[in-house]
Design a protein around this ligand. Structure first.
Ligand code: SAH
Length: 215
């Protein structure tokens, strides 16, 4: 599968990412390097490199590759950052971040998903990723502040703790409910004590749970 899957990732990058305007060379290389099929349940492996989100069990999904790339680009990672991810899920997004930043903390509410992702990340030598079990709507204060925060579940409104844990010049990307069942993928920048917001796309993520999530 190795060679074939590598070729499939090259094709995925060309057809799904580059053609849609994703050009960050480091992000594209990370997508080529991370074996996405290992993060997908056996029953869905054939579809690992399709242009679609996939079910990973426990009612959760691994995002469409284009959305993973779009969110990752928005974080503008250079390699020296400390990053927080809320919603580990399969660990695929964490593995991408692992290649682009210095240190990654990822928080997952479902303990079974966290331990599965953690095992796979160890196997793939993503040694700079730490998987935590807990309510990521509270962030992960122990390792704050973060240069970049990525939330991979849809929040009803901006969770205040995530803003509080953002470093100066920090970037936060999060799907925020827009009222019609969809969400606006929003990029927040924190610069010199000021917050600016920018909408990137319409998206459909599973709900964020927990204190600052959907009750
Ligand atoms: N980034 C993942 C996809 C995540 S799907 C990947 O690459 O596979 C969204 C995940 O967020 C689910 O696993 C869900 O259990 C988790 N989640 C939902 N609410 C959460 C919360 N408050 N804290 C941590 N994880 C949460």
């Amino acid at each position: 599968m190795t060679d074939r899957s590598w070729a499939e990732r090259r094709r995925m990058v060309e057809e799904q990412l580059r053609r849609r305007g994703i050009h960050d060379a480091r992000v594209l290389q990370a997508v080529i390097d991370v074996p996405r099929h290992l993060f997908v349940p056996l029953a869905a492996r054939e579809a690992s490199y399709d242009d679609t989100p996939l079910a990973i069990g426990h009612g959760q999904t691994i995002s469409q590759p284009y959305i993973v790339a779009l969110m990752t680009c928005a974080l503008e990672l250079q390699g020296s950052e400390r990053v927080l991810e809320v919603g580990t899920g399969s660990g695929y997004q964490s593995a991408i971040l692992s290649r682009l930043a210095r240190e990654v903390h990822t928080v997952e509410l479902v303990a079974k998903l966290a331990s599965k992702a953690s095992r796979l990340l160890v196997r793939l030598a993503c040694g700079n990723v730490t998987v935590h079990v807990g309510d990521g709507s509270l962030g992960w204060p122990e390792a704050a502040p973060y240069d970049a925060v990525i939330v991979t579940a849809a929040a009803p409104a901006m969770p205040a703790p995530l803003l509080q844990q953002l470093a100066d010049n920090g970037r936060l990307v999060i799907p925020l409910a827009s009222g019609n069942g969809f969400q606006l993928l929003t990029l927040v920048r924190y610069e010199g004590g000021r917050i600016s917001e920018h909408v990137l796309a319409n998206v459909a993520f599973v709900p964020l749970r927990g204190k600052f999530g959907v009750r």
